[in-house]
Design a protein around this ligand. Structure first.
Ligand code: SF4
Length: 342
């Protein structure tokens, strides 16, 4: 357990040092929910402009619920992990239909809301004694208790610890204080232990073993993939298709793409069938990472003889308004430069 005086010290430290962020100036559930979803797997500096744009465009849960999915995806473009964006939209529709939940248990019924987000909203907005564990809290837990576990066991122990140590008087501030400490002081490398409010309670610090926690986990191997992507162009229009359900970037728009990792000839034959005949020029390679996959996207411009029926043909300005994954957007820029349209 964290000692009472260290608990007070952490809250006082947060009061004095917590960063002034737009979603911390309110206790309204909608902006807190949006920020919590955006900040999953994303740094604050990256999420901030997206958050501000989002709140200008969809200032209320009703405005979001009424939005078109393509507009929502377009606004999210570049932030990655698009499933989060779809969950926000579906969640907003659920809330408008069934009412705004006011407890962690209620928030858990909203599509896409898990234990962490439900706990964050309930504690920050409604003062409920609901714990949270994100990567920052897990690291603070591992160090303060010198926990030697990794993976799911570490995560489970971190939840138990977070629930035991939750401050009953200021649960929202307590949760944010722990996350803030992990983000700014108890950082993954070079934690600033001098002056850390939890230093007297910290088992790793007291035993001079801070660098040993959290215990390193063997990372799953990275999978290398090659995708071939063709940019069909005919009389000023580009051919695009919508990414089917269940695939990366579901619902967004892209140029025809096939996985050529195991069989390049088959992938190119499929592309030829989808795009049709035409003059092909290389646009080069684009590298990106999706979950554990490192993908090399080999792109080509195809000046088509005719417009394939299976594709949607759009002008450059129409294309700008469509939600496209970042590697496809880069491919488009290269194609526009080759066509002299940039
Ligand atoms: Fe982290 Fe160091 Fe504070 Fe322990 S004393 S919680 S290791 S910053």
């Amino acid at each position: 357990m964290i000692r009472e005086q260290d608990r007070k010290a952490l809250l006082a430290w947060y009061d004095a040092n917590g960063r002034d962020l737009p979603w911390r100036r309110t206790r309204e559930p909608y902006p807190v929910w949006v920020s919590e979803v955006m900040l999953q797997q994303t740094q604050i500096a990256t999420a901030l402009p997206y958050y501000e744009r989002w709140m200008r465009r969809f200032p209320t849960v009703e405005a979001l619920a009424a939005a078109d999915e393509q507009d929502v995806l377009a606004l999210w473009q570049g932030l990655g992990y698009y499933r989060r964006c779809r969950y926000l939209l579906n969640g907003a529709r659920y809330i408008v239909a069934l009412g705004l939940p006011t407890s962690a248990q209620g928030w858990l019924t909203v599509p896409g809301v898990g234990r962490y987000t439900a706990g964050a909203i309930a504690s920050i907005c409604f003062g409920e004694c609901a714990a949270v564990v994100d990567g920052n809290v897990e690291r603070v837990f591992a160090r303060t208790t010198a926990c030697g576990e990794t993976g799911p066991t570490l995560y489970r122990h971190a939840w138990e610890w977070a629930e035991r140590n939750l401050d009953p008087h200021r649960p929202g501030d307590w949760n944010q204080a722990l996350m803030e400490l992990g983000a700014t002081v108890c950082t993954p490398s070079k934690p600033r232990c001098e002056g850390c409010p939890l230093e007297p309670s910290c088992a790793a610090r007291q035993s001079w073993r801070v660098e040993q926690f959290p215990v390193a986990r063997t990372t799953p191997s990275v999978r290398l993939r090659t995708h071939v992507c063709w940019v069909p162009f005919e009389s000023g229009a580009f051919g695009v298709c919508q990414v089917p359900a269940g695939e990366w970037w579901e619902g967004m728009w892209e140029f025809p793409r096939e996985d050529a990792t195991d069989d390049r000839a088959a992938a190119e034959a499929q592309l030829r069938e989808r795009v049709g005949a035409g003059w092909t020029e290389s646009l080069g390679e684009f590298r990106h990472t999706v979950t554990r996959h490192r993908v090399v996207l080999e792109a080509s411009l195809v000046r088509c003889d005719a417009r394939a029926q299976a594709l949607r043909w759009v002008t450059r300005s129409e294309l700008e308004a469509l939600a496209m994954p970042a590697p496809q957007r880069k491919t488009l820029r290269r194609a526009l430069a080759l066509l002299g349209l940039d």
